[in-house]
Design a protein around this ligand. Sequence first.
Ligand SMILES: C[S@@+](CC[C@H](N)C(=O)[O-])C[C@H]1O[C@@H](n2cnc3c(N)ncnc32)[C@H](O)[C@@H]1O
Ligand code: SF4
Length: 388
Amino acid sequence: MPGAVRLSALPPLSLYVHMPWCVRKCPYCDFNSHELRGELAESDYIDALIRDLELALPSVWGRMVHTVFIGGGTPSLFSPGSIDRLLSELRARLMLAPDAEITLEANPGTVEAQRFTGFRNAGVNRLSLGVQSLNERHLRALGRIHGRAQALDAIAAARGHFDNVNVDLMYALPGQTLEQALADLDEVLVHRPQHVSAYHLTIEPNTYFHRYPPQVPDDDDAAEMQERIEEMLDSNGYQHYETSAFAQPGHQCRHNRNYWTFGDYLGIGAGAHSKISFPDRIVRQMRYKQPREYLQKVASGEPCLTEHEVDIEALPFEFMMNALRLADGVERAMFAERTGLPITSVAAPLKRAVKLGLLVDSHQRLQPTLKGQRFLNDLLSLFIEDTR
Ligand SMILES: C[S@@+](CC[C@H](N)C(=O)[O-])C[C@H]1O[C@@H](n2cnc3c(N)ncnc32)[C@H](O)[C@@H]1O
Ligand code: SF4
């Protein structure tokens, strides 16, 4: 597939803002998060984010922003006043849709009800709470700074202050039984959060758990946990719309859906990633990861990122890698819209995927089957082979 990208329209645009500090680094975490030593450089960092945005504005000029996600790290370490300043400055420089979804990630142990009021008044309308577990022993094994009581208080306070709350849970934790994993979920569901993310704990390279692996449930036990978690969420009215995401009707995460439908996102802040489409190219950027270096570069007006153009040959795989995570898949026409390539360019792997029972191709939609969802890597590998 030689040649240049040709897009007839640009996809929807989201904004991601990265806050790179945490009270303590969790032993399983490979996100760009750094243990906070000394005072939080709160106002310097907000200044840097605004400057970073200003430098990036020409690349998204005139485009509406549909969702904002303030993620981390631990964004809730920042005061409501700082989040308010950040959102006001963003609004002054970007066309933010009137109904924009604005999410903030919060850690139990860094929030109290008063902060929630402040975040909500600043314009945050979706809160994502990193609960992980409600079992004291498992929270300790995960190195979390919060205990069970704090997690329960935070869920109740979040539900009291926001109409749209996500709870992050992890399962297949060190020493966890099926009953314990289900008990965590059962207790969370009492509070009826609008959204639940249930992640299988993965042991990532460059983490403490990778160097000193804990004893975790084996694959069969973890698969059973996953199945029972999915059943419990289903019977409580949550749609399983993406690998790890479950939502009450009308509450899917619009920001993440934009990633999965191969939309555009501008990421500002240390280590943030961007994907930005232009009529003739698609560009990926990554900001410097180290907060100190990022702050210095932005303050001195020097470039604080690396950038590369996405190879046209990589586009089919990149598109499918996102789109096929969605249980209801995507409209077929979206492939051409977002990649600029005709759907016929993937005719052979689509046909193979259908034959293997991994995909339904209805000529309207591309949708992974249940088998395709379970064996997503096998399904995706078909789109790599084709472009080799
Ligand atoms: C960006 S992280 C951080 C959110 C927040 N700082 C926290 O930890 O509460 C978002 C979520 O990813 C999940 N996560 C992080 N590392 C993981 C891992 N190694 N395996 C599975 N899930 C992970 C956790 O549930 C976490 O809440
Ligand atoms: S609090 Fe969240 S972002 Fe920070 S180290 Fe732990 S998992 Fe990573």
